[in-house]
Design a protein around this ligand. Structure first.
Ligand code: GLC
Length: 650
């Protein structure tokens, strides 16, 4: 019944569309709109059904989808059709990604185009270019404070440069990932400027309050994201003489998604970037999309409804495009961003695996895999058509958001354990070679996170200073070990630019007033291309890391069991320094690969006979698919050298 009502509404809406839209060939659009309209209408109604202008807004929503569909190029529409037919395409093991800033990596977008062969050399075929949308000069949060959602920041280049880059990448079979900062705008965005000038239409785009009454109620339960640099969640605006909700920095105004006009604008923007050639769109800070007094205003049900609606609408206009959820939240919450109660992903097809990332760092500091094993056991299953973005480092800090219960079950006291980790990675702890810095210290809760580059956190910076070849080698081993874990886990591995050549912390941010208080700039370096050339010098640090990763990427791509079809079995091994799991070829269940990593600085052994009757290995014949060599075995006991990993197959 409801379905019928929504379809008759669909017909009415189509009748009311602007005549220039109706002149176009809309066959595919109509088919997809018909298939998704019931869901779109229901979700839009759930969110905005109580409003008088609901119908008008609904028409506007369909219009936006239709207009962007008309603007989509034939080439992209062809891709839509191909990916609709092969809808699990992104679960394949053939993808390997890198995240980077175009300016720090290559000067600008044109420079980046000149570097495409570098990605080919390494094996990278998915590139996440961090925000390139227009931002103010100083208050920009690394690009996450956007002042114009429809233009490229002149420092990165132009829309034309982007389109050339996108087409060169497509020719090389590479995926382009772009950011859309959906949760907030810069206070210099035209909407904020108009709001400040008193236009109520635009004041309604944000959460703006006359006095502290409501802000104070929110503050009772909302945590602080940047407690040191931007305490509280509201900022007083002198011009308006009002309070604005600013969850992140005081210059980042939170968008008000209870206003359908905001939803429609942001959908239009997502589709705009899809039409510029983005294969994947990273949706920033999705956990924060809905605010509610009395809650943390994170992970609210409506935030999920908004994402489902965005996905369904994108499915109509640009079905080739995938979403990445940037939701750095508790493990049980993260998996919900794939889409709750859906058999296939109905929100974001991809989500950052922040849990795995933080657990791997725990294993590095403790040399024990107890918490890592427990944390992964507690990670809820994900949907079939969904995948992780597995990473070791990214442009943000490392948060220690493990589950307290898991920490306790691993034999630690949560507060003391987190303190140990911070001390370890910031080098306060004796014997720690790490060179990180604290980030986001919260005086009230005592919480703190960690900044630092991969190489400096695993001790390479300290080892190079000491010029100690053994310690240098050890650090390189840890770098490769950590990467081996993200390349084999299931999901898309995402390298962070510079890590492939062992780039150390960059302390120059301390000289820049706009950056000095944000230690995340420690690990946002400019690539030194002379140093990158050292990858061709046999025996150099750069060569060892680069070639190690290159080999790893090539091996990954050839191992069908590394595709992500929920085909991973965590192995309970008795040794607390080992992390081991089995990956099985989804098409050939008899074909498996055993992944095992030793996080300790001394050799460890694994009793293969205790792995149960999995019938995969003739011990005499096993081979490491990464090195091509046979591992060290004593009878059926596998010996794993310090900080070593194996990808074992027979
Ligand atoms: C995301 C980004 C981070 C930024 C924040 C606010 O978490 O990754 O860098 O500071 O959003 O936009």
């Amino acid at each position: 019944m409801y379905e019928q009502v929504s379809h008759s509404l669909l017909n009415e809406i189509l009748d009311e569309l602007k005549p220039e839209i109706l002149k176009r060939d809309l066959r595919h659009f109509y088919t997809r709109l018909g298939a998704n309209f019931y869901a779109i209408h229901s979700l839009f109604h759930l969110l905005y059904g109580g409003r008088e202008d609901f119908r008008e807004q609904m028409i506007r929503l369909v219009e936006v989808m239709a207009i962007q569909y008309i603007k989509r190029s034939n080439e992209l529409e062809q891709l839509d059709i191909e990916r609709e037919q092969n809808h699990n395409w992104f679960l394949s093991q053939e993808w390997a990604g890198m995240a980077l800033y175009s300016d720090c990596f290559a000067g600008d977008l044109n420079g980046l185009r000149d570097k495409l062969s570098y990605f080919n050399e390494l094996g990278i075929n998915m590139v996440h270019i961090m925000p390139i949308l227009k931002c103010p000069e100083g208050a920009r949060d690394g690009g996450y404070a956007v002042s114009d959602f429809r233009d490229v920041d002149p420092r990165a280049g132009s829309l034309d440069d982007l389109s050339q880059l996108a087409s060169s990448m497509r020719k090389r079979g590479m995926l382009l990932t772009l950011d859309v900062v959906v949760n907030h705008t810069s206070n210099e965005h035209a909407w904020a400027v108009k709001a400040r000038q008193g236009e109520t239409k635009y004041q309604d785009y944000y959460y703006i309050f006359q006095n502290r009454e409501i802000p104070d109620m929110f503050e009772e339960t909302m945590p602080e994201i940047f407690p040191e640099t931007a305490p509280g969640n509201f900022t007083w605006d002198e011009d308006m003489q009002k309070w604005v909700m600013t969850v992140f920095n005081d210059y980042q105004w939170d968008l008000n998604y209870s206003n359908p006009a905001v939803f429609i604008e942001m959908l239009d923007i997502i589709l705009f970037w899809s039409n510029q050639g983005a294969d994947i769109i990273r949706l920033d800070a999705v956990a924060f999309l809905w605010k509610k007094i009395g809650t943390t205003s994170q992970n609210e049900r409506e935030a999920h409804l908004i994402l489902q609606l965005m996905k369904d609408c994108c499915q109509v206009t640009a079905p080739a495009v995938l979403f990445i959820a940037e939701a750095i939240v508790a493990p049980v919450e993260i998996t919900k961003y794939f889409g709750e109660d859906a058999i296939i992903a109905k929100e974001c097809e991809i989500a950052y695996n922040a849990t795995y990332m933080a657990l791997l760092w725990d294993a590095v500091a403790t040399k024990s895999t107890t918490l890592l094993n427990r944390g992964i056991q507690s990670l809820p299953d994900k949907l079939d058509r969904a995948t992780w973005l597995n990473y070791v480092r990214c442009h943000d800090d490392i948060g220690l958001g493990f589950d307290d219960a898991d920490i306790r079950l691993s034999g630690y006291e949560p507060h003391a354990h987190r303190k140990f980790l911070v001390d370890y990675f910031t080098g306060v702890y004796d014997d720690s070679p790490a060179r990180g810095r604290p980030f986001g210290f919260n005086k009230k809760s005592g919480d703190v996170r960690i900044s630092g580059s991969l190489s400096s956190l695993v001790g390479l910076e300290a080892a190079l200073e000491k010029d100690d070849p053994d310690e240098i080698d050890l650090a390189i081993k840890i770098i490769l070990l950590l990467n081996s874990m993200i390349f084999s886990f299931g999901g898309i591995p995402l390298l962070y630019y510079g890590d492939e050549i062992g780039t150390l912390n960059d302390y120059s941010y301390l000289d820049d007033d706009h950056k000095a208080t944000d230690s995340r700039w420690l690990h946002r370096p400019r690539i030194n291309w002379d140093k990158a050339e050292l990858r061709y010098q046999h025996g150099s640090v750069e060569q060892k890391i680069f070639d190690g990763l290159k080999k790893m990427i090539a091996a990954r791509k050839s191992i069908a069991a590394f595709a992500d079809f929920n085909n991973r079995e965590l192995l309970e091994v008795e040794n607390p320094h080992l992390f081991a799991f089995l990956r099985t070829n989804p098409d050939r269940p008899g074909e498996s690969i055993l992944v095992v990593g030793n996080f300790d600085d001394s050799p460890q052994y694994l009793d293969l006979s205790k792995l149960g009757n999995r019938g995969i290995f003739e011990y005499g014949q096993i081979r490491d698919a990464y090195s091509g060599e046979s591992p060290n075995l004593f009878k059926d006991q596998l010996v794993i050298p310090p900080y070593h990993f194996y990808w074992l197959t027979d």
